[in-house]
Design a binder for this molecule. Structure first.
Ligand SMILES: Nc1ncnc2c1ncn2[C@@H]1O[C@H](COP(=O)(O)OP(=O)(O)OP(=O)(O)O)[C@@H](O)[C@H]1O
Length: 442
């Protein structure tokens, strides 16, 4: 770690603190994520989801992991540095983001996701803070919760920030799929237009209510599996009519509204995949041309080539799963110099282990279907709801439930407040104003 000089702290998440730093050998600006917990053996590091997934994924819209360093039982991820995240862009924005700009962002997010899902991973914690931006390029970051599609359910661990959490996760389905990422993308797309979260729930129950207030309550036609889930939890959806999305998001085009409604379908089977979403008319508006995206499997340019390890000790194959076999990781161990600047607590006589991700080797792309589908039913058979005209644009009445939803009196915090789009419409005292636009969102 003596090769890096820390410039400033740029983020503090649940798992680690993130620092902006300079690689003194290459002069490259990097982001160093120092994990909060200790790692006593390499195997522990190798088992981290963030390591497993990021080492396998190489795409222009996925943040690049340059190397991993373990030093004095502390683990450091060295990432390419990005200027800011999408939350900061929305927070600092004076006026609305033009739709053309939103389209550019969405197209890139979906391309990154399509690649990730196609390679057998889903993210599970997509939110504006985890979408990093430099100029007009956006990349998906924070793979701490990423999971392999092929991994065995039930998935019981904590998933996703509440505001972007899919209804099946809220209803404790243990069989959720990459469609949970598509739900989050829909919520983020809406937020890009309004600069307010679409579903800013204050508790899990309030989260479900906030979703009902926008989409209308589900029923056996719109989401049969959800009705079974709610029954098994002894939970009854309050009967709420859908809101008028055209009023909630007045600056969005018809195509954008339709895409939001498709992505935010109650039923995960009705949500388009990332590949399908990229085909939506929203992306074929006017004269917009997609950003040229480098094919992940083509040889990289010099600037993209990863640093080569100086000491190769062994080829590390950290997985037993079949799809790990294309992955080659090189573990290098070398003595380090004391006084590294990232961690104040680093001791003398430290040993530094470096793990470099090898280039992504060519392998045939898997096509992945959400595992919930039966083998004889492809995603294309599942009708993707084009729902705007039928409900959201026509019905602006929201009838509020009389019981079951936590009430709170709205309050405001000046400055960084993050209110719901519904707050701009008059829904009476039942609507909860989120406490702040800052993190602390779960
Ligand atoms: N490569 C990077 N370049 C610039 N900033 C970054 C980078 N990676 C992370 N950050 C910043 O640090 C913050 C926290 O990073 P990250 O989400 O990876 O940490 P975490 O501990 O996993 O957080 P969370 O609590 O969301 O799980 C991000 O929201 C982002 O603003």
């Amino acid at each position: 770690m003596e090769r890096y000089r820390v410039l400033e702290e740029i983020g503090d998440g649940t798992c680690g603190s993130v620092y902006k730093a300079i690689n003194l050998e290459t002069n490259e600006t990097v982001a160093i994520k120092k994990m909060k917990r200790k790692f006593y053996v390499w195997e522990e590091c190798m088992n981290l989801r963030e390591v497993k997934s990021l080492c396998k994924l190489n795409h222009p819209n996925i943040v690049k992991l340059r190397e991993i360093v373990r030093e004095n039982h502390e683990l450091f991820f060295i990432f390419e540095h990005m200027e800011c995240n999408l939350y900061q862009i929305m927070r600092d924005r004076q006026g609305p983001i033009p739709e053309a700009e939103i389209r550019q962002f969405m197209s890139q997010i979906l391309q990154g996701l399509a690649y990730m899902h196609g390679n057998g991973y889903f993210h599970r914690d997509l939110k504006p803070e985890n979408l990093l931006v430099t100029k007009d390029v956006i990349k998906i970051a924070d793979f701490g919760l990423a999971r392999e599609v092929a991994s065995q359910p039930p998935y019981t661990d904590y998933v996703s920030t509440r505001w972007y959490r899919a209804p099946e996760v809220l209803l404790q389905s243990r069989l959720y799929t990459p469609a949970i990422d598509m739900w989050a993308v829909g919520a983020i797309l809406a937020e890009l237009f309004t600069l307010c979260p679409l579903f800013p729930g204050e508790s899990e129950m309030d989260q479900i209510y906030k979703i009902c207030a926008v989409l209308g309550s589900p029923d056996y036609t719109t989401w049969p599996e959800g009705m079974n889930l709610s029954q098994s939890l002894n939970f009854r959806f309050s009967e709420i009519m859908p809101a008028n999305l055209c009023e909630l998001i007045p600056n969005a085009s018809f195509e954008a509204l339709d895409l939001i409604m498709q992505l935010c379908s109650w039923d995960p089977l009705r949500r388009p995949s990332a590949e399908q979403a990229l085909q939506h008319p929203f992306f074929h508006v006017g004269t917009w041309v997609p950003c040229s995206i480098q094919t992940p499997f083509l040889p990289k340019s010099n600037s993209e080539t990863r640093t080569k390890p100086k000491l190769e000790l062994k080829l590390w194959d950290f997985g037993t799963e079949s799809d790990d076999c294309f992955l080659g990781l090189t573990l290098a161990v070398k003595p380090s110099v004391p006084n590294i600047e990232v961690a104040n607590s680093v001791h003398q006589n430290t040993r530094e282990d470096m793990l470099f991700c090898s280039g992504f080797q060519d392998h045939s792309r898997q096509s992945v279907f959400w595992p919930l589908l039966s083998p004889d039913q492809s995603r294309n058979d599942v009708p993707v709801r084009s729902s705007l005209l039928s409900s959201s644009c026509m019905n602006s009445q929201v009838s509020l439930p009389s019981v079951g939803i936590p009430q709170s009196t709205g309050f405001t915090i000046p400055g960084l407040q993050r209110t719901s789009v519904l707050d701009s419409l008059s829904f009476g005292p039942m609507m909860v104003i989120p406490s702040s636009y800052q993190h602390g969102r779960v």
